[in-house]
Design a protein around this ligand. Structure first.
Ligand SMILES: Nc1ncnc2c1ncn2[C@@H]1O[C@H](COP(=O)(O)OP(=O)(O)O)[C@@H](O)[C@H]1O
Ligand SMILES: [Mg+2]
Length: 368
């Protein structure tokens, strides 16, 4: 099945440049979403400054970026709630620029769920079909299928107020997938949930996406969420896309210093006239027996220690200039031992291949 292939095959093969649409079985098939030179301004504010993106069929594609970077505006242009000032939007090879939302095979899930409070769960899920005058039996059947998919069978007669936040979000999801859109847009859908529930829902959402085989375009400002859930990520900054790639590419080979800092701790250093970064978990604090052979080593002083249960974070001022965050699992270390390290002279080391050259983010004139 074509769609399954698109999901199980790691998008963007090894030989292709980062972020390139994968070939393989999808070759020749137009992407589900293609944005070409899409731009949107509000007065003086450049919300989206001319972006190109391709999202493949069946992909879990995430728009990741800080608040105000243009993620929602991009989503609204795909949905058809906004028209771009310039550029075009294609869905499955069809130019939909200027076409109203209801004529696009796209649905949206919002953060505030937008459920009707006076309606039961079943009626909420059936609402769209009722408007489209789908027959009663057919409506019931499809609603029950959708609720089954989000693991809410048996909740048909409840009201939204009788559900938890996570369950409400799943009703919103059921309502959005009940008419099987080609593409589902999700704008920070887990933003209102507390951390534990959010992490649980991340896994569930990803599982549901695999089952329904709908292309997901997911907006978040949370880099952990993006790394956990996505097939590919587009990193937004000031209305521009800084990098598109698989989670490991974006994390391990950040395109520039913005991506380095936004998708992890930046750990930027100037060494021999070059800007480099080393991810915190790749840096070792060297002790006694570990002479650091094969590693690039530097001396420094531990300025700060933060014990966080599973791990401890150490901020180290390096003698050669700059500071690095070092993360260590608390295999044997107690919190007292960890905290006693503050102010200590240390040697840190990392494998040479774990330092990555980083270019400076290029500032463009027309972004804010
Ligand atoms: N309807 C609007 N009117 C004026 N400015 C807007 C409107 N929508 C978005 N903006 C501005 O455009 C920029 C991008 O917003 P948005 O796409 O909502 O970002 P994000 O979703 O990444 O937080 C922001 O500076 C925001 O204030
Ligand atoms: Mg937004």
């Amino acid at each position: 099945m074509e769609r399954t292939a698109a999901i199980t095959q790691a998008p963007g093969g090894k030989d292709e440049p980062a972020g390139a649409p994968s070939g393989g079985r999808n070759r020749g098939e137009p992407p589900d979403v293609r944005l070409s030179g899409v731009r949107k301004t509000y007065g003086d504010v450049v919300a989206v400054g001319g972006i190109d993106l391709e999202v493949k069929r069946g992909e879990f594609f995430t728009l990741l970026g800080p608040s105000g970077s243009g993620k929602t505006t991009t989503l609204r242009m795909i949905a058809g709630f906004e028209d771009p000032d310039a550029g075009g939007v294609e869905l499955a090879g069809r130019d939909v620029t200027g076409i109203p939302p209801y004529d696009r095979e796209v649905n949206t899930v919002f953060q505030d769920y937008a459920l009707f409070p006076h309606m039961t769960v079943g009626d909420n899920v059936q609402y769209g079909m009722r408007v489209q005058r789908v027959g009663k039996d057919e409506r019931r059947r499809r609603a029950s299928e959708a609720l089954d998919m989000v693991r809410l069978s048996g909740y048909e007669t409840r009201k939204p107020s009788e559900l938890s936040g996570g369950q409400r979000q799943r009703v919103a999801l059921a309502r959005a997938i009940v008419n099987r859109p080609r593409v589902l847009l999700l704008d920070e859908p887990l933003g209102a949930l507390d951390l534990k529930l959010r992490e649980q829902m991340q896994v569930e959402l990803k599982g549901i996406q695999g089952e329904v085989r709908i292309t997901f375009i997911y907006v978040t400002h949370d880099q952990d969420e993006a790394l956990t859930m996505s097939d590919r990520i587009a990193v937004f900054n000031g209305g521009r896309v800084e990098q598109v790639g698989r989670p490991a590419e974006v994390y391990e080979q950040p395109a520039n210093d913005f991506v380095t800092g936004f998708v992890g701790a930046s750990n930027l250093l100037e060494r021999d006239g070059a800007r480099i970064t080393v991810r915190p978990e790749k840096i070792r604090l060297l002790e006694g027996a570990d002479d650091g052979s094969g590693l690039h080593t530097e001396r420094g002083v531990i300025r700060n220690v933060a014990y966080a249960g599973m791990i401890t974070r150490y901020l180290v001022d390096l003698d050669a200039g700059g500071e690095v965050l070092v993360v260590r699992q608390n295999l044997e270390t107690s919190s007292t031992e960890a905290l006693e390290q503050r102010g200590r002279q240390v040697t840190v080391g990392w494998r040479p291949e774990h330092s990555v050259a980083v270019t400076e983010e290029t500032r463009r004139e027309d972004s804010q």
